[in-house]
Write a protein that binds this ligand. Sequence first.
Ligand SMILES: [Zn+2]
Length: 73
Amino acid sequence: MPIKYDDEKCYQFHTKDVPDRCFVCSDNSTRLLIVRQIESMMLVHLCPDCMVNDTSGYLLDNTRPWLGEKGKI
Ligand SMILES: [Zn+2]
């Protein structure tokens, strides 16, 4: 948690989210997207495949300059 924001509560990750794995398929993808799960309105990591498979369930969250965990994005 390097930086604190006033709107921190809007940017909480899902309690079951793991930073280096896809939230849906648990794939350890080299490129994970940070998206908002509409059902819970919390942030999760998704691999591109799962994002494409369920575009209605997740929103790309581009409101912040997210830094990739692995720096490969
Ligand atoms: Zn996936």
